[in-house]
Design a protein around this ligand. Sequence first.
Ligand code: SAM
Length: 273
Amino acid sequence: MNDRHLLEQHAITPKKSLGQNFLHDPNALEKIVEIAGLEPGATVLEIGPGTGNLTRVLAGRAARVIAVELDTRLIPLLEAATADLPGVEIVHGDILEVDIGALVGGTPYTVVANLPYYITSAILRRLLETAPRPRRLVLTVQREVAERLVAAPGDMSLLAVSVQFYGQPQIAMRLNPAAFWPRPDVDSAVVRIDVFDAPRVAVPDEKLFFRVVRAGFGQKRKQLRNSLSAGLGIPKAQVGDLLAGAGIDPQRRAETLGLEEWAALAFAVAQAG
Ligand code: SAM
């Protein structure tokens, strides 16, 4: 039965506010699971299983699939759709609130999800900035977001720096709106992020590093001297010295900096106390 009929049967209408666009294309579902490269004993955390389309394919390739769904209306339907799959655990909750460590129980895990687009950045931050980090993430996201994640210096954003600090993102596949029901207004892409054992660059302290990066991106298209001064509450002249210490021209803008340069700047800020 397709998603539309299944939901109609349960008198459920998809909620746009929860990013409910269900992926029904069987080839796309298969490919996403292939991209995840799961080993037979794998533990998978799925965010937003919806009607269980992806969950069922995942269950065929992983030992455990922990699927966290926020929408109460979908829980009975999901439980029925996965009742014959002993490796699947349906968890009713908000992915931004649940205790991921307690759910995965100390085993390495992979995240595979067709994300609710309205909270993509918050989910990425939660998964990458708090332990235990997944080994890999395979995420369907809005195509523009996918392109932002893999950006190079010149087009960097706070999101790109954060993701590339923890892992290597790559766009693995593009998806047409027709692969979903209801059709989203935007194009989608599948991103694979291979998470490093340790961050890409050494930093004095991760909190300070992100404070500096956030300050740098705090004022759109402003020169670093100005955005850092405002964001860190340091006089411009001192910011100029810090940037010089890190070998960075104070007239550059945040989007032009690479990870090594942000790290050098964080060290300069740490040294200055
Ligand atoms: N995985 C399904 C598929 O591919 O057909 C559904 C994907 S749909 C784009 C996103 C799903 O995330 C919806 O089922 C929605 O209810 C769920 N969702 C939205 N916000 C959530 C949250 N904060 N925590 C967990 N699930 C959420």
